[in-house]
Design a protein around this ligand. Structure first.
Ligand code: NAD
Length: 674
């Protein structure tokens, strides 16, 4: 007969049977709002059982009522009692226990994702993007750590939606961890069924690098935002190829996990930026970091200041404490000219607190989500429709608006602004405004394979990061393409721009072979003892790895952007080639059922084994995306694959599409049946 005593005896890696003290919650640490809870009585009981299966039976009497209270008041069981008592942050790798370098490296990354200075709601394990969690609860966190301490270089840890299934025997060249998050069976792949699954403790929203353990703080998006703004300026404002945004105004919203990168990026691009944010605590975080230089809740003052700096052609980033809709209303009513306009509220989850409707303060929004969700949803819809009208009025006056990957246009459409869809009926033909991927990032970066490659110096030493910056700079040829020149300047000035928050990491938008060469160089530096071990990875928001018709693959026009084959192939291909960590998620930055995205992590220990993996895996990870874009007839990608086939000379060989003549297609169609 199976009982808990046998079960406990059958495991050597498990949580202790000693009840941890209940933690105290520090004032000033942001807390996640109560999450949607629509469980039936049967499901609530299931949720309780599900949470209790992590802990020995001796603790169940105390924990059952505590977990139920958490579920009813917060919408989830986080298991706060199992939260570490000390501050969490990514410590130098040598301070972690482990049997292989990867096991220790992953602990650095997880702790960095939950660092109080980095995570959006650290107590609820949310790293960024309102709902993006490292794992579902603190029991999982504790158990994952225990597994990582025991992991050897011939085992793989399997993590399903934050749950560590266990260690399984594999090869020295296998991934040391495989992660999946939020993957749902097709007929249940919708926000409602997913919310129930997550409330029952069986699914996790990994966003992208939150559940993929590769978040590096807001720096991770500064480079992409900088590239986007600069290239938007080149595209619509007539900025010279080597010019900057001096004298131009960018207006947007959000100073959260990712959106907080916007003021820093506009300053690096030398423009003037105004960012609306309803949550004062997030403004303070960015201000104290030096990523935003002025705070005001007075719109007259905000726009007077921006005008002054535009006239002086000097840069400034201003945080407006208030709602973006109020700000845009002021701009429309007062005929303010805005050059570039976007939005980075968490519109992938507008009804879960991601979007604060006009008329509610941040505190009122939090209260209404908990106590009157229906009314809250109504207000979100009204606000989004009005928001859309204001954007339209500004665009009519010459503003360039772009959707910045937060599903803003989809959210407006869902809120009832059908006019935002090109055909006014559904979203199958896209939207009337461009997304930044369609206009900028797709054709100018992803098509060539440039994407958010990143690395973390696991020693925690700033000196190691400086050495890697210099090594990367030496590999870039600034005269090859405009993108390479931008990258060269980016990495040259990276230290000066004080981008590090948390561990010593760097982002650099590189193409496939550039990434490979930099990776090999870093591994050589580790081998020679110049630097400590390094963790390589990327944002999932990249050329390869992510199928997302409202974002990453919005510039794929052959009809295949409703498929997720590429993301899955990328994941499995990275695993087959031996990346240390592979991750595959549902949702990402646009919401459940709207994307499948994946990423990788690769630990550089200086070995020849790692060299071999880097040579094969790094180009694959990017070129799978370029080849897919090429096959869908993205012109710049076709050019890139032609060049790649030549360079690799048969070692890699990519199928390239023949291009059909448009007139022939028209003529054939016209003559059909005649
Ligand atoms: N473009 C990209 O590359 C990219 C990358 C990552 C994330 N995203 C998307 O951008 C969005 C934001 O990401 P994040 O990590 O910053 O999320 P976040 O939730 O940490 O930050 C969003 C911020 O918007 C503020 N906000 C909400 N409604 C507002 C309103 N009406 N007026 C003013 N401020 C308001 C919130 O208070 C919050 O601080 C997400 O949807 C995310 O998926 C885009």
């Amino acid at each position: 007969m199976i009982n808990n005593s046998y079960i406990s005896d059958a495991m050597t890696i498990k949580l202790d049977n000693k009840l941890p003290d209940y933690p105290t919650f520090k004032e000033g640490i942001r807390r996640a709002p109560k999450r949607e809870l629509n469980l039936t009585e049967r499901e609530i009981k299931l949720a309780l059982k599900n949470a209790l299966r992590y802990v020995p039976e001796e603790l169940h009497d105390v924990l059952a009522p505590e977990f139920l209270e958490e579920l009813m008041t917060r919408g989830r069981i986080y298991g706060y009692r199992f939260m570490p008592k000390d501050r969490i942050y990514g410590k130098p790798i040598d301070e972690y226990k482990g049997k292989c370098v990867e096991g220790k490296a992953f602990q650095v990354m997880i702790d960095n994702n939950l660092d109080h200075a980095i995570a959006l709601y650290p107590y609820e394990l949310v790293t960024y993007g309102e709902t993006g969690q490292v794992c579902q609860n603190w029991m999982q966190y504790q158990l994952i750590k225990k597994y990582l301490e025991q992991l050897t270089d011939e085992q793989t840890l399997v993590v399903m939606s934050g749950h560590p299934m266990g260690l399984f025997k594999s090869h020295k060249t296998s991934p040391r961890v495989t992660i999946t998050n939020g993957l749902m069976i097709g007929m249940f792949d919708n926000p409602h069924d997913w919310a129930n699954a997550t409330a029952m403790g069986v699914s996790n929203y990994g966003q992208m690098t939150a559940g993929g353990w590769m978040y590096i703080g807001p720096q991770g998006i500064v480079h992409g935002t900088f590239n986007t703004l600069l290239n938007a300026g080149r595209k619509v404002l007539g900025i010279a190829a080597d010019g900057d945004l001096a004298g131009h105004l960018f207006v947007t919203s959000g100073l959260g996990g990712m959106s907080g990168a916007q003021p820093k990026a506009i300053e690096i691009a030398n423009g003037v930026g105004i960012v609306a944010e309803v949550d004062y605590s997030r403004i303070v975080t960015r201000y104290e970091q030096g990523w935003v230089s002025k705070i005001s809740s007075n719109l007259e003052e905000v726009f007077a200041l921006s005008k002054e700096y535009m006239n002086k052609k000097q840069t400034i980033s201003i945080a407006y404490h208030g709602n973006i809709v109020d700000l845009l209303e002021y701009a429309v009513n007062n005929n303010v000219k805005i050059d570039l306009l976007s939005d980075q509220t968490s519109c992938h989850a507008p009804y879960d607190g991601g979007y604060c409707p006009q008329g509610l303060s941040f505190a009122e929004r939090t209260d209404m989500i908990a106590n009157n969700k229906h009314k809250f949803e109504e207000l979100v819809n009204i606000s989004l429709r009005h928001h859309f009208e204001l954007v339209k009025a500004l665009v009519d006056k010459g503003t360039y608006f772009f959707d910045y990957g937060n599903a803003f246009m989809k959210a407006c459409f869902d809120a009832g602004a059908k006019e935002i869809a090109k055909n006014g009926v559904d979203t199958s033909e896209g939207f009337i405004f461009p997304s930044y991927v369609e206009d900028i990032m797709g054709p100018m970066l992803f098509d060539y394979g440039y994407g958010p490659f990143r690395w973390c110096c696991l020693s925690g030493k700033a000196e190691d990061l400086r050495k890697t910056d210099h090594a990367a700079m030496e590999i870039i040829n600034p005269n090859r393409r405009g993108q390479d020149r931008d990258n060269y300047i980016w990495i040259r000035d990276a230290e000066k721009n004080k981008l590090v928050v948390g561990t010593q990491c760097r982002i650099l938008y590189q193409d496939a072979l550039g990434r490979r060469d930099i990776a090999l160089k870093f591994n050589e530096m580790v081998r020679n003892g110049d630097i400590g071990p390094v963790m390589l990875g990327r944002d999932h928001h990249d050329t390869g790895g992510t199928d997302s018709p409202f974002r990453e693959t919005s510039s794929v026009y052959d009809g295949s952007n409703v498929t997720a084959d590429m993301a899955v192939q990328c994941y499995v291909g990275n695993a087959a080639r031996g990346m240390s960590l592979v991750a595959l998620h549902n949702g990402g930055g646009v919401g459940i059922s709207k994307s499948i995205n994946g990423g990788f992590g690769m630990v550089l220990d200086g070995s020849a084994r790692v060299d071999e993996i880097l040579r094969k895996a790094i180009p694959w990870d990017t070129m799978v995306g370029v080849s897919r874009r090429s096959w869908s007839r993205c012109e710049n990608s076709i050019e890139t694959t032609i060049e790649y086939n030549k360079i690799t000379n048969g070692e890699d060989h990519i199928t390239i599409p023949y291009v059909a003549n448009n007139d022939l297609i028209e003529k054939t169609f016209k003559n059909y049946g005649k």
